[in-house]
Design a protein around this ligand. Sequence first.
Ligand code: SAH
Length: 296
Amino acid sequence: MSQGESERKPRRFPLQLDRVSAVPVPGAAPRPFLQPRELLRPQAPLQHAAQDRLRQTIPQGVGLDSVRVRRRMVERLVAEGISHPGLLDAFGQVPRHQFVDTALVNQAYEDTSLPIGLGQTISKPSVVAAMIQLLCVRPGLPVLAAARPGSEARPLGACLEIGTGCGYQAALLAHLARQVVSIERLRDLHHKARQHLDQLRLTLPGWPDVRLVYGDGMVGHAPQAPYDTIIAAAGGSALPQAWLDQLAPGGRLVAPTEDGRGGSQVLAIVDRLPDGSLQHSRAGAVLFVPLKSGTR
Ligand code: SAH
């Protein structure tokens, strides 16, 4: 360093960290002060850093930030081909961050599956959306619409969900169905979902309720059958007969199921035609937690 350069250095030491960016550099345009939250604060406790991060990326309570990040999620869904207005409206309203553990709140609106406890996961929004849209636009819908005028606003009709998990998908379904029955085999998750859905109804008064059932979803739920739509969030080696039996004419079932090659899963779609026969088809590869029998 030459003598001339050292003379141009600021003379007062030590420099304050929050003034560093304002030190004039010869020949360079003057730089504004950094905003306080952008400062490096190596001495700040780690929990402060974590709080700062949360403040920048996540909803504050159920305020405006939450609306904004959900809107971005909806825009991503639209870009991926989700177009059903009622479904997009549901995604725009249900606060996904209220369904995950506090530590995961800042990931709640990313397109990712997240752990919900007991080795289970909440599916990624794009997969949930694609599955529900398959139900909303099923070929049997006009049959239902003819039988029940006004059902366009509730295209899922009577809906059965297998695998309540944290209750997020059930909340979306409730917006689009006349009635939702959701079954969970793990008692703790069943209770957790109840808490989440109660909280949701405080946040969104008037949001339709869901009938939560603790039990083995492999046998469906006969007391309220038949269902216009059935959706499973866990996949087994074959579709349980009870699900097919409980599917109404004009109804559709979507469920992950093993494709018979090394345990990988595809999305199975079954339509019950007006004449009562079943039509099977398949969508792409998926990855869901296993469908297990019994309760725990
Ligand atoms: N839709 C859920 C995703 C849950 S993950 C959500 O939005 O959070 C799948 C769930 O299926 C798990 O909670 C798992 O316990 C449940 N499950 C697996 N086999 C089941 C069965 N036979 N009956 C009911 N629930 C089952």
